[in-house]
Design a protein around this ligand. Structure first.
Ligand code: DQA
Length: 147
């Protein structure tokens, strides 16, 4: 599973803790890796502030990954290119957010990438990542059983 985190998420821990909590991205990576290992899944964890780096990672994913978790940060609300990339690779992707964007400012209510994702997990803080991984691995298990 490819786990992508977009802009400003390297600042988790100190970034607006009332909204995002005090868990760092390194803590989240550890939680995701621990869960993945109990489920027999391998993880690549990448954070970038650069839309192009996220696009490159998505574009290169087929053949190396079975699915994607993506917290695109503010690119969620702006990036048609991320929508197109997720559509292009056609791997099951889960949209992840620590906060619940739909209970925040109006500009966060629209996700450009939601239509390219199988599901969304938002509002559970750092746990959104592990909840999303559980959901994605269950989805992949179900698919491999029916094939
Ligand atoms: C976020 C929500 C986005 O609206 C915001 O721009 C972020 C973080 C979240 O995880 O809650 O950077 O994706």
């Amino acid at each position: 599973v490819l786990v992508l985190s977009g802009p400003n998420l390297q600042l988790l821990g100190t970034r607006e803790p009332a909204i995002y909590g005090t868990t760092t991205l390194a803590d989240i990576e550890k939680q995701v890796r621990d869960l993945a290992s109990t489920r027999g899944a391998a993880i690549t964890f990448l954070q970038s502030n650069h839309e192009g780096a996220l696009l490159d990672a998505i574009g290169a994913a087929p053949g190396s990954f079975d699915g994607i978790l993506i917290n695109a940060g503010a690119f969620t609300h702006t990036s048609l290119a991320l929508f197109d990339a997720l559509k292009a690779v056609a791997l099951p992707a889960i949209e992840v957010h620590l906060s619940n964007p739909e209970s925040r400012e109006a500009f966060r209510h629209e996700s450009k990438i939601a239509g390219a994702c199988a599901a969304k997990v938002a509002g559970f803080g750092a746990a959104s990542y592990t909840l999303a991984l559980t959901g994605l691995l269950d989805l992949l298990d179900k698919r491999s059983q029916s094939h």
